[in-house]
Design a protein around this ligand. Structure first.
Ligand SMILES: *Cc1c(COP(=O)(O)O)cnc(C)c1O
Length: 341
């Protein structure tokens, strides 16, 4: 397979259409067989439900080339399951989980020339998503939907080595208590854009959101879960009493890595903002960066919590290296997380 002539090492995290996308339509209560398409545009009625009541859910994962030349992706079955959970929460039909994984594989195979070669740090970003395409004017779920998969080659998240970032505690909330914070839906991002742009302008990588009901507990950032390490070396993972943290697949994998690969103690509990100064490391985790070390957090009342802006801490480094090692094939894949395409 001849690869596309791209400057793989210098790709940005930006949309670059590949050859094929995947599309399946839901009509009269059933999904059709689905197919690849070369058309990267969506043609919709002006009254489609997506435009008015925002029925949209999405996923994000990546395909990449291992040292042995295999094209693989990481736990796509978990993305399939999470998308089904997200869809159910906003009254959309679920796309069958086995078909989700098949559709992702079919799309990646058709775009093999766009999967970055091993060693470039680049990956093929995969964005499955579902939208309401049927007309609605009164407030209710639509009757017709599209499931689509688009792919785009993207550059390595960290080009010059992993560097700690700064967060600020947001004066806004990301999700309501018992709302939709635990599903992957565009609507959660729409409301985080304003605080996110503001944080970037002020020189922060992202916002840290506190629990919306009491502003006492730490939840997550705009698009990544948080992790802490205490003085005893225990991994402390924030939980939400109001179910407003997105269940990150990276975070759940890192918990298993910490316990089963590194023999670490892991505690999953509510974490008060006023105790995070006692921790020795902080990181954000998600598919894109795996772990981004957090070097500093600025609170709402002038608090400055410092973990160190110079380099990634030893525990975050080891967690990151172990998980990326499993992904690349350098570390044994004990749990069958890496799927060959
Ligand atoms: C996607 C997402 C994450 C990270 O999830 P992964 O499955 O690890 O990529 C974290 N928080 C939010 C709000 C997200 O949308």
């Amino acid at each position: 397979m001849e690869k596309k002539d791209l400057d793989w090492e210098n790709l940005e995290f930006a949309y670059l259409p590949a050859d094929f996308s995947y599309i399946s339509e839901f009509k009269d209560g059933a999904w059709d067989d689905g197919a690849l398409t070369r058309d990267h545009s969506v043609h919709l009625s002006e009254c489609a439900g997506i435009f008015h009541y925002c029925q949209e859910v999405f996923e994000g994962l990546k395909a990449y080339t291992t040292k042995d030349g295999d094209i693989v992706c990481f736990r796509p079955d978990q993305n399939a399951k999470r998308m089904a959970d997200s869809a159910e929460r906003i009254c959309m039909p679920t796309f069958p989980e086995d078909r989700f994984v098949e559709a992702v594989f079919e799309t990646v195979r058709a775009n093999e020339a766009w999967v970055p070669p091993y060693g470039t740090g680049a990956t093929l970003y995969i964005r499955p998503y579902m939208i309401a395409t049927g007309d609605v004017i009164g407030v209710k779920p639509a009757y017709e939907y599209q499931f689509r998969v688009l792919v785009s080659p993207v550059g390595a998240y960290y080009k010059g080595g992993v560097k700690p970032v700064k967060l600020k505690v947001s004066e806004y909330d990301r999700a309501a208590p018992h709302g939709t914070g635990n599903i992957k839906a565009g609507l959660n991002y729409a409301m985080s854009l304003y605080p996110s742009v503001k944080a970037h302008l002020e020189g922060y990588a992202d916002n840290m959101y506190l629990d919306p009901a009491t502003r006492t507990y730490v939840e997550e950032t705009g698009g990544a879960n948080l992790l802490f390490v205490d003085r005893e070396g225990t991994l402390v993972v924030p939980q939400s009493a109001t179910d407003s943290i997105l269940p990150s697949i990276t975070r759940r994998s890192l918990v298993d890595v910490a316990k089963e690969y590194l023999g670490m103690k892991v505690v999953q509990r509510q974490v008060r903002f006023d105790e995070i100064g006692d921790f020795v490391e902080c990181g954000m985790c998600g598919t894109a960066a795996v772990i981004s070390p957090v070097g500093q957090v600025d609170g709402l009342n002038g608090e400055v919590i410092e973990y160190g802006m110079d380099e990634v801490g030893p525990v975050m480094r080891e967690l990151r290296e172990t998980l990326t090692g499993i992904q690349s094939g350098a570390v044994e894949d004990k749990f069958g997380w890496v799927f060959r395409i």
